[in-house]
Design a protein around this ligand. Structure first.
Ligand SMILES: [Zn+2]
Length: 455
């Protein structure tokens, strides 16, 4: 989600009121020009009229909140369904900080918010974002959404998503295809630079960000945007190269089952690939002793997210090579229902190509942990103690036990983690501010490993 520190910076930027960036009449003219270009690039025609308007931020937030309500059970698992409207409103307000345009599918309306675009251009120190051609890129991108929502059920009905990962896959298909088509339209018009300017701005961060820890947090946010806009586009670019005429319909009607499927488009038409590994039994066994007072959620971690956890702490080439060997990665997170922030118990399981690859990743993870000890020595995180050891496990699994104290916003947080391998699996168990003696950790790891498929 969106990092508060990043938002504060955006809010703090002074907005200069000048003549309107765009009038409704000019916007309408842009849409009139863009519609035939989008129809030509996709080979699909608009069936229903598309409405377009210059909007205020509050209007976009209202439409977004309405769309988010049915998604809240996935975005905030464990929260009371009757709080969903209020939570959706809150989330929409956060997104409102950066939403420069939106297709509100329930109303068939494209909103463009020039005030937010101005603010972003100032925060990113990129005045070129306000140029006409970039505005045309934005309008074209939203028109592709409008067309796709007419054509494909998977986008219209986000409420049928089963997991947060499923939501992210749909989002990547939606944004990826919009970018894929928009790029093609601007390439054909000889205006690729305007498209590239816009695409870069999506992942850009205000240059004034402070310390290394904040940069790191912001990079985690950027990772989810990257999956949607950049990896999503690369996915469609790669499918197009297979030469199949139906590649767009194929992707929307039979989406990849995992987020890694977006990152590995070469596997999309390959039927020989073995099914993804199901972490359900291992996570169920792991969470068995935690009662109904704990919320539990499972998340699939794609390679992009794994990469960002390594940040710039460890050599990028080494990280890249190790991540290529990861087949699946899943996380299971437990929080107390009361005060969810107060405690965390989590398990992560990665399936790799081989036992040697798992051993290599374990070594890299420990190195990452030690690098963080060296770097996180100021605000907002300060690692005040870090001890490394090993724990005797029933199966004799190689492992490293790590106990740390972290000072965060004036409070001390105890963090125990254990990373290890079991054949071609690498696992990690994290316990924070909760009983974490050796026996407890042994028991938790034991249950997790029991639930893993045997080689
Ligand atoms: Zn979009």
């Amino acid at each position: 989600m969106i990092v508060p520190a990043l938002l504060l910076l955006l809010v703090a930027v002074q907005i200069q009121e000048a003549k309107p960036l765009l009038t409704d009449g000019e916007l309408l003219e842009m849409v009139r020009e863009a519609i035939p270009a989008v129809e030509k690039a996709t080979g699909v025609r608009f069936k229903a009229p598309v409405w377009v308007r210059i909007s205020a931020r509050a209007e976009v937030e209202r439409d977004l909140a309405e769309e988010l309500i049915p998604q809240m059970r996935l975005l905030e698992p464990g929260s009371d369904p009757k709080d969903a409207p209020e939570h959706a409103k809150h989330l929409a307000r956060i997104y409102g900080e950066i939403l420069i345009a939106k297709y509100a599918w329930k109303k068939g309306t494209i909103h463009v918010v020039p005030a937010t675009l101005r603010k972003l251009a100032a925060a990113l120190e990129q005045p070129a974002l306000l140029e006409r051609d970039v505005l045309r890129v934005i309008v074209t991108h939203e028109l592709v959404h409008a067309l796709d929502y007419e054509e494909y059920d998977v986008l219209r009905d986000f409420t049928s998503a089963k997991t947060p990962g499923d939501l992210e896959i749909r989002n990547a298909l939606s944004e990826g295809h919009a970018q894929h088509v928009t790029r093609r339209v601007f390439e054909a018009a000889g205006k690729l630079a305007a498209f590239e300017m816009y695409e870069k701005s999506i992942l850009a961060r205000p240059p004034k960000l402070l310390g290394e820890a904040e940069q790191y947090l912001a990079s985690l946010v950027t990772a989810s945007l990257k999956l949607a806009y950049v990896d999503g586009r690369a996915f469609f670019d790669a499918l197009e190269k297979t030469g199949r005429k139906t590649y767009v319909q194929d992707a929307f009607r039979n989406p990849p089952a995992s987020k890694n499927g977006i990152l590995q488009p070469e596997r999309f038409y390959d039927v020989r690939i073995e099914p993804a590994f199901d972490p359900g039994p291992a996570f169920e066994a792991f969470g068995k002793d935690f009662g109904p007072e704990w919320t539990r959620r499972t998340e699939e971690l794609d390679q992009g997210e794994l990469r960002t956890t390594f940040g710039t702490f460890v050599d990028a080439k080494e990280v890249e090579a190790a991540l290529k060997t990861v087949l699946d990665a899943h996380a299971f997170i437990l929080n107390p229902k009361r005060a969810p922030q107060s405690k965390v118990v989590a398990a992560v399981v990665l399936r790799l190509e081989s036992a040697a690859a798992a051993t290599k990743l374990l070594e890299l993870s420990v190195r990452l942990s030690k690098e963080k000890d060296k770097k996180f020595t100021g605000d907002p995180f300060k690692i005040t103690k870090a001890d490394y050891g090993t724990l005797a496990l029933p199966g004799g699994n190689p492992n490293v036990l790590i106990r740390k104290s972290i000072r965060y916003q004036g409070q001390d947080v105890a963090l125990t983690s254990i990373v290890g391998t079991a054949g071609a699996f690498e696992f990690e168990v994290v316990v924070s501010n909760e009983e974490a003696g050796d026996e407890r950790i042994q028991a938790l790891v034991g249950k997790l490993l029991e639930g893993l498929p045997k080689p």
